[in-house]
Design a protein around this ligand. Structure first.
Ligand code: ADP
Length: 552
């Protein structure tokens, strides 16, 4: 740990020095050129001095030092040796100052450059060495020459340059120290960022590998709905729905509602819904194919929430459930066949029961018991007929017998048939039915759909609750909505509502009987009319189901 720190502390200094060996040599060449230039200028009026042995020796030493500096491989030897160069330069500047002391005492300033060099690279140590070197080469000779007439004025005068050098070097070292610390901090932060980036890249790669190994299609979209990640399973599933020469977007795929020929509109497709901030589960779609063929793909979406609680996108998964669908279909066909066999004897049982209950010679107890038998037989017949009804729809799709239909009148009549059930529970049914234009629809099927919604509203609303039925139209649609003040459902429950056999936990907890088929048939009827059905609900507060049919 310590040795690591030491290395990292040395590194910037070494790098600066050894902008390699050339860096050191370049500094020395620069200094020599500077000295030669100053001497040349001085030689114009003080030529004899330039040929003095002291001058020639010091220039000679500087020249040899410069040549040596060019050849020494500085990056391979200890950095400390570099200090010799500025020290020699300070020594030479001392001699030059001595040579030109009467003509140009300011030549002493030549010592500043190597002193700064020392302080810059060796910081506090460099500052001390530079101050000592300048004192020995510039101040000491002055004092020795004056000896023994040394007084405080002389000492102060001769110490002025070393003190100025010390001060300047101190500031340079301080600034350099700060710069190095800052650089180290930046370096550390960069390294940390680098490490984080590497970790993120590794994790991303790992994630891509994992999601590519599963056979469930996975797509991640950003908050604008753009795909930012998709695995190969998603691509493969898409092949089932991709017509030749189609674009690769979601709307280029052939997606239908299962068991229908009806194409899913763009805004009802999984990626679009997820981009619209919807969370849903098990939206089953038929990919490609005709007449209820094609792969059955179940899609679910969940929104991705970032660290600050903001939505950053959504993840949508796609699973091929064709085999489950087929298995369920076979099982269902079997149940339907059994139900078919049951219906005839059951109808006969109910018929005979009616005859028996109409008789006047029954005791009160027998009558009460028979009433229970009748009720249960009726319930059994309803179940059998529901199963058979769904089977017909599933096998042959919904064949509509369209005619011009008054949906307001149709809804009013449907409400009338439900009045006894509502009265039994003292539920107040409020009708807000406005006249609407006639549209082409199948009255029997639409009655079935409205009655399903009404009977649910009454069934899932506790006694003395209320139900409101509204029929209205705008320029494009006719809207039928059924609201109740009943048990309602959670958001999660609403996402699965139109799936066959699905029953909410809320309904099961309230022990309300049902078998989860009515809504799926209702949805198929509405889709066959090119309409839409939606739900809004809050647990404990009630639900509103809305059917929207196009006017043309
Ligand atoms: P069933 O009512 O026979 O169970 P449906 O397909 O009509 O079948 O309804 C499916 C499920 O949706 C119900 O079991 C119930 O959990 C829930 N549901 C339907 N309508 C309502 C409603 N008005 N209020 C609360 N839950 C409802």
């Amino acid at each position: 740990m310590t040795s690591n720190n030491a290395t990292s502390r040395k590194r910037p200094m070494f790098e600066a020095l050894s902008s390699g060996s050339q860096g050191v040599a370049a500094k020395q060449v620069f200094y020599l050129s500077f000295v030669v230039l100053i001497s040349g200028l001085l030689a114009i009026s003080a030529r004899p001095l330039v040929f003095s042995p002291e001058y020639l020796t010091s220039i000679g030493v500087l020249a040899i030092t410069t040549i040596a500096a060019t050849f020494i491989p500085w990056s391979r030897i200890s950095v400390r040796w570099v200090a010799l160069l500025p020290i020699i330069n300070i020594g030479a500047s001392g001699v030059l100052r001595d040579v030109f002391r009467d003509e140009a005492p300011a030549v002493a300033l030549l010592a500043f450059l190597p002193a700064v060099w020392l302080a810059f690279f060796f910081l506090q140590t460099g500052t001390t060495i530079a101050t000592i070197a300048v004192t020995i080469t510039l101040s000491l000779p002055t004092m020795l020459r004056a000896f023994p007439d040394i007084n405080s004025v002389l000492i102060t005068r001769s110490m002025l340059i070393p003190l100025a050098v010390a001060q300047m070097c101190f500031l340079v070292a301080l600034a350099r120290n700060r710069a190095l610390e800052e650089r180290e901090r930046t370096q550390a932060a960069l390294e940390e960022k680098d490490a984080l980036l590497r970790t993120t890249k590794t994790q991303e790669q790992l994630l891509i590998n994992i999601i590519d190994t599963v056979d469930i299609g996975i797509v991640v979209i950003d908050c604008s709905g753009k795909i930012i990640l998709e695995n190969s399973a998603y691509q493969e599933l898409g092949q089932f729905a991709r017509p030749k020469r189609s674009d690769s977007t979601e709307s280029g795929l052939i997606m239908r509602y299962p068991n229908t020929e009806i194409r899913i509109p763009d805004d009802q497709r999984p990626l679009h819904r997820a981009a619209e901030k919807e969370t849903f589960k098990n939206q089953v779609i038929a990919y490609g194919g005709h007449s209820g063929q094609g792969r059955k793909i179940s899609s679910s979406a969940r929104q991705i929430i970032g660290l600050n609680g903001e939505r950053t996108g959504a993840v949508v998964v796609f699973a091929d459930v064709t085999s489950y669908y087929e298995a369920a279909r076979r099982q269902y066909q079997f149940v339907a066949a059994v139900s078919h066999e049951l219906r005839t004897p059951l109808t006969s049982i109910i018929g005979y029961l009616d005859l028996v209950t109409d008789s006047n010679d029954l005791s009160e107890e027998v009558s009460a018991n028979l009433e229970i038998v009748v009720r249960n037989a009726d319930q059994l017949l309803t179940i059998v007929e529901d199963i058979l009804g769904t089977q017909t729809v599933k096998d042959s799709g919904i064949d509509l017998s369209r005619e011009l239909t008054d949906l307001s009148e149709l809804t009013r009549l449907a409400c009338e048939t439900m009045t006894p059930a509502a009265e039994e529970k003292q539920i107040n049914v409020d009708l807000r039915i406005y006249d609407t234009p006639l549209i082409s629809a199948d009255p029997a099927r639409m009655t079935q759909a409205v009655v399903n919604l009404l009977s649910n509203a009454i069934k899932y609303t506790p006694a003395r609750g209320s139900v409101t039925v509204t029929v209205n139209s705008n320029h494009a649609h006719i809207e039928i909505s059924v609201s109740d003040s009943g048990i309602g459902m959670t958001d999660e429950e609403q996402t699965n509502l139109f799936t066959e056999y699905y029953r909410t936990t809320t309904a099961k907890n309230h022990h309300i009987p049902g078998h989860g088929l009515g809504l799926s048939i209702t949805r198929l009827i509405v889709l066959a009319h090119s309409g839409q059905i939606s739900v809004r609900s809050s647990q404990g507060l009630g639900s509103t189901f809305t059917i929207q049919l196009p006017q043309s």
